[in-house]
Design a protein around this ligand. Structure first.
Ligand SMILES: *[C@@H]1O[C@H](CO)[C@@H](O)[C@H](O)[C@H]1NC(C)=O
Ligand SMILES: *[C@@H]1O[C@H](CO)[C@@H](O)[C@H](O)[C@H]1NC(C)=O
Ligand SMILES: *[C@@H]1O[C@H](CO)[C@@H](O)[C@H](O)[C@H]1NC(C)=O
Length: 405
């Protein structure tokens, strides 16, 4: 990470209009409870899986000791349902005292002691999506409370909020965060809640005021949900590609690899697509019981390196033919990553042939060396007009990187 940061500074990569907290120069990586654990507050009957401090401590333990932290996953994030139903006597938020008996500050200290960072959730409106206290009329005190606890990442939702108020409200909160002087990654659902109400998001304004933002519906535990997100991102490509870069990211939502809904091939497909999207990599799964094959996908350093490329460029779908999609992302130093995504369901692996020029690579260079990043093996040299053939499993991917030197 340090090396990457040095490289970014060296390159002087920066956006003119960019969130000014200097954070998330590459897509944030970590874990978030929502998709897998939802609003399970029943600690009496389900003590291991309810939204309480035990869950987050155990996940932090696994992130630290099972290789996730070393691979770059650093934020342990609490989503909705952590709060007490009422603010305290001073008007401050606090954690439900049955489920977070040590308090949020102690949990932040615990997570920090593992070399990790803590994320937490709130809502811009009168209530959170699940009905806990919202931040409207409490914006400054809530920003202050986050820094008192040592929170490193804040996700602010926009349920129970006036969608026409968001372009004023979120920048206000950004300013309050800035005034605390603490480095806090700011994640929102701002454009999603505007689009839902027919308001066109101003991505310039959004990019100036938060580090990542959700554009589309919540991910669910299914392949249909993953492909729905991919289709939305393809449809909105030009708008979204322009919005994103170091410090400011489109967020297609959590990784569901290791859960119930995806096959092995579909799991690789989500990881590959989120890598070329330069998407935040927030796992939502149970790291205490995850199977080895899912873990291997999540820890694939070559795929993660594509995701964390310092240019922070978005992919482009260069061709869509016979239910195969080819997505290419430009990387630092005229390198590329390409995902062949097979949307076919007709049983057999499907062979798809294409020249490197048609894959979107710079035709000024005459050859590239290709590498398969899931099989970790070199595929040899290809001239720019040579044909590459990918044999892709049904609802799966082949992912290659191309190096020009
Ligand atoms: C607050 O904003 C200033 C001016 O844009 C910036 O230099 C500074 O780094 C920001 N501080 C934080 C903590 O975000
Ligand atoms: C804390 O959560 C429990 C459910 O686990 C709930 O019954 C209780 O009312 C909550 N306490 C407060 C103060 O919100
Ligand atoms: C979008 O936000 C930018 C930055 O604040 C502003 O300059 C621009 O006028 C806004 N565009 C529209 C259409 O409101």
């Amino acid at each position: 990470m340090k090396l990457l940061l040095a490289l970014i500074l060296l390159l002087g990569i920066q956006n003119v209009n960019c969130m000014n907290n200097g954070l998330a120069r590459t897509p944030p990586m970590g874990w978030m409870d929502w998709e897998r654990f939802r609003c399970n507050v029943d600690c009496g009957n389900d003590p291991l899986n309810c939204i309480g401090e035990k869950l987050f401590q155990q996940i932090a333990d696994h992130m630290a000791k099972d290789g996730y932290k070393d691979a770059g996953y650093e934020y342990v994030c609490i989503d909705d349902c952590w709060m007490s139903m009422e603010r305290d006597a001073n008007g401050k938020l606090y954690g439900n005292s049955t489920r977070f008996p040590s308090g949020i500050k102690a949990l932040a200290d615990y997570v920090h002691s593992k070399g990790l960072l803590l994320g937490i959730y709130g809502d811009y409106g009168t209530k959170t999506c699940m009905g806990y206290p919202g931040s409207l009329n409490h914006l400054q005190v809530d920003a202050q409370t986050l820094t008192e606890w040592g929170v490193d990442y804040f996700k602010m939702d926009a349920c129970h909020a006036d969608p026409t108020d968001l372009n004023d409200g979120f920048p206000k909160f950004t300013n309050f965060l800035n005034m605390t002087g603490s480095p806090i990654v700011f994640s929102t659902t701002w454009p999603h809640h505007q689009i839902k109400h027919g308001i066109k998001p101003n991505y310039t304004l959004i990019g100036e005021n938060c580090n990542l933002w959700r554009n589309y519906a919540d991910i669910q535990d299914s392949w249909g949900s993953v492909t729905g997100i991919i289709d939305y991102y393809a449809k909105e490509h030009d708008t979204l590609a322009a919005a994103q870069g170091p410090g400011q990211w489109n967020d297609p939502d959590m990784l569901i690899i290791g859960d119930y809904g995806l096959s092995f091939d579909q799991s690789k497909a989500q990881m590959a697509m989120w890598a070329v999207f330069a998407a935040p990599l927030m796992m939502s799964n149970d790291l205490r019981t995850i199977k080895a094959d899912a873990k291997e996908i999540l820890l694939n350093k070559e795929v993660i390196a594509v995701n964390q490329d310092p240019l922070g460029k978005w992919e482009k779908r260069v061709i869509q033919k016979n239910k195969v999609e080819v997505w290419t992302k430009e990387l630092y130093n005229k390198n590329y990553a390409t995902v062949f995504l097979n949307r076919r369901t007709d049983g057999m692996p499907y062979s798809f042939s294409i020249t490197l020029a048609d894959m979107g690579y710079d035709t000024a260079l005459d050859h590239y060396s290709l590498r398969d990043v899931f099989y970790h093996k070199p595929l040899g040299y290809y001239g720019i007009n040579d044909t590459f053939t990918a044999t892709i499993n049904p609802s799966g991917v082949v992912m290659v990187t191309a190096s020009s030197n």
